[in-house]
Ligand binder design. Structure first.
Ligand SMILES: [Zn+2]
Length: 109
């Protein structure tokens, strides 16, 4: 699939940003994207220049997760989504952003 370095020269696949400031229904669209892309990846912006790398299916972003008790929208902080892990890493490195892997969803790999 995407694990051969020979493919790194191909054009970067689409990276989609879901953020409340960009789109009012970003939360719904983001959660739909997760369902439709169970094998996808996303970056969750934690601070101005820091992002956490998650698998699409990471339970951290499920609406039922305790952290979101009473939280209406998980996209109040930007979520940068792609089906391609490398595309996200490149997106972040272009912005000189620091990326930290999420502990829980990386363990499942
Ligand atoms: Zn995670």
């Amino acid at each position: 699939m995407e694990n051969s370095s020979a493919f790194q020269q191909l054009p970067t696949p689409d990276v989609t940003v879901f953020h409340d400031k960009l789109k009012g229904d970003a939360h719904d669209v983001f959660q739909r994207w997760r369902k439709q892309n169970p094998g996808g990846f996303f970056l969750n912006q934690t601070t101005e220049s820091k992002f956490r790398f998650h698998l699409s299916k990471c339970y951290h972003l499920d609406p039922s997760f305790e952290e979101f008790d009473g939280v209406v929208s998980v996209t109040s902080k930007p979520k940068i989504c792609s089906a391609d892990k490398q595309a996200l890493k490149e997106w972040a490195s272009k912005r000189e952003a620091e990326v930290v892997d999420c502990d829980c969803c990386q363990k499942e790999q």
